[in-house]
Design a protein around this ligand. Sequence first.
Ligand SMILES: Cc1cc2nc3c(=O)[nH]c(=O)nc-3n(C[C@H](O)[C@H](O)[C@H](O)COP(=O)(O)O)c2cc1C
Ligand code: SF4
Length: 411
Amino acid sequence: MTAHPTLLLPPRTAPGPESLAEYRARGGHRGLEAVKQNGAAWLRAEVATSRLRGRGGAAFPTSRKWELAAAAAGPEKFVVANGGEHEPGSRKDRVLVERHPHAVLEGLLLAGLATGATRGWLYLIEDMEGPRKAAETALAELRAADDLPFPIDIHLGPTTYVAGEETAALNAIEGKPAKPRKKPPFPGEVGLFGKPTTVNNTETLAHVAWIAREGGAAFAAIGTAESKGTLLFTLGDGVQRPGVYELPFGATYRDLVEGMGGGLRDGRTLRAILPAMSCGFLLAQHLDVPIAYETLQPLGTSPGCGGVRIVDDRTDVVALAVGIAEFFMKEQCGQCPPCRMETNQFVHILKAVQAGKGPGYDDKLAKLAEFSRRKGFCSLIEMAAAPVLSAVKLFADDFAAAAGPGAPPAS
Ligand SMILES: Cc1cc2nc3c(=O)[nH]c(=O)nc-3n(C[C@H](O)[C@H](O)[C@H](O)COP(=O)(O)O)c2cc1C
Ligand code: SF4
């Protein structure tokens, strides 16, 4: 396998979180110095040149979000680093914050300076002991060095999936139940405590620190035509070497699963992967497709937040789909009737397949998903449908075999 650039997870021998001294020794805070000299508009232009897209799952262009936030009126604006990672199989934000807290905090400060924020929050969740401690120590180092252009607090949200949605995170910081808000208005206009607020994923912000240091053009030189920079992935127990890995766009899932993960364990054979819980599946025959938004979208999937799940020759794909549907049913927050209905019905229909109740399930699932689309306060309603519809399509034979012929016609 070829060597890949590591922008976020450089090789290091020191144990524990990276200190301020260690971060500075590898060029950390050069971006902050540059923005002090060149100004906020310069940084926004560098991020536009980089063509960085958000790493929280939705891949929204960071520069577009920042331009809107910078243009928002009002003397008080806020910025939030979203590390509220609770998607099963994804650990990249935890690992990043725990290993490299200063890169995330520098990115948070840069996002604040670029958009005119006066205060920032690092949003983590309650069970993130290691990342919280690393971030607290890093913040104490920055305070001691008098290196905080504006105050930053750490907030711990609840351990629910939906609490990572950006407006749910804002509610949690305000002390309210961590449920998504109806949009519009978007946080860039009316966010935390009613003020314009920029929310970016922690990985996105660590990339911003790299871009401010090395330049937007250097970042844009990595990756493919439409997908720039590197991406963090989490590999779970399905491979020989589980862990969090960094690869540039343009690398392949074979590089990830075989090169970095060491291949499947116990001599199993790969059938497909699920690039992230809220995406469509990717069959093994597409393992050599370059990872990029523009290449995965025609195949019905996306990199999502990079928490890769392995589907091997021993995986019961119907049971897997039931498990995913149950996850979304349990984690939906109950505010939107179509989401409650969709996620409950998905489980009901898939369990009927498991019980061998016959055909017709694929039409029902597709109609439910179509009916529910865009009817929720947040995109969980679409996220829940993506893996289920994809499983039914790509593993049609498994579903048909499980569903059976159904009841014989009445004579
Ligand atoms: C149900 C749900 C859960 C989400 N969980 C996270 C999360 O854990 N971390 C995150 O950064 N974004 C999460 N998001 C996406 C955020 O709402 C938001 O798009 C992101 O934080 C913006 O940052 P980015 O533009 O840098 O990606 C979630 C969205 C939904 C609908
Ligand atoms: S779409 Fe679902 S998860 Fe999102 S706010 Fe509505 S009920 Fe909650």
